[in-house]
Ligand binder design. Sequence first.
Ligand SMILES: Nc1ncnc2c1ncn2[C@@H]1O[C@H](COP(=O)(O)OP(=O)(O)OP(=O)(O)O)[C@@H](O)[C@H]1O
Ligand SMILES: [Mg+2]
Length: 306
Amino acid sequence: MYKNFYGLKRNPFEITPDPAFLFPTRRHNEALAALYYGVRRHKGFVVMTGEVGTGKTLLVRCLLDLLNRSEVNYAYVYNTRLSTLEFLQYIAGDFHLSAAGKSKAELLLDLSSFVVKRYQQKLSTVLIVDEAHHLEIAVLEEIRLLTNLETSQQKLLQILLVGQPELDQKLDCYELRQLKQRIAIRSSLGALNAFETQGYIERRLELAGSNGRALLLFPPATVQAIFEMSGGIPRLINTICENALINAYARKASSVPPEIIQEVASDLRLEKNSSPQPFNNRMENQDLWQATKTLLEFRQFMKASQ
Ligand SMILES: Nc1ncnc2c1ncn2[C@@H]1O[C@H](COP(=O)(O)OP(=O)(O)OP(=O)(O)O)[C@@H](O)[C@H]1O
Ligand SMILES: [Mg+2]
């Protein structure tokens, strides 16, 4: 609707996680590198947690893109309100093993021989569980047992658990202490800072075809208001920006003024973040440098391990 008016080729603020829109903050880079490294180096258990809307599923999709370019076979579970049997049936099905009517013991046997066969062919096998905070303790314990498939040097099945901070709490519970001890790599995602929020908005607009006009469309005072109202949470930034563009278009405004952000935020019933970080040039430059450095290192690492 507003795309033509603002000269955009596509919608810049879709809330579906699209790897093409990845804005590589230092934390996102590090988390993606940790996931990829864990899989490629056969580390066994890898866990990534983060608040709602901070980009976990987006990073999983980036990882899947990377894995699709290699010989890695993966099962990807994103509906986690499953019993142990349903969970095993689901992953067997995702690995194209027949699962219908099989008992838990039969499924475990099938999965084990599948993973071992792939290992013998020097192929990696990965189980990725998004929304893992919803998994029942019994299912998490079953997942731990799957990692018992190992040689003296490495795990045969790589497992990535991704979820909201409740997953960390779950993994801290007494019943799961054996699983917790086996976690080889942990990473976490959080809100963006003010500088990253600005870069995030600019990048999305540029990718949508704003052609160098991102700052005209969203001037610094508007970006600051978005940061304050979203608390730097990417999904909220997207929702606010999308609604702000619709609102500005309705007024035929050439740019989005800060007042629109207050209106949109109150329509969305968002409250101002109580302790927003101010813009700070010195810190910003350092952050940018770090993010660029990590991304370069990650690209080199990926090249080397392909
Ligand atoms: N670094 C980033 N670069 C570009 N877009 C991002 C980034 N981080 C998050 N987003 C966007 O924010 C939105 C929410 O991301 P995502 O769905 O991955 O969050 P999540 O952490 O999985 O949330 P939930 O806990 O609700 O599952 C998506 O539109 C995603 O594309
Ligand atoms: Mg998600």
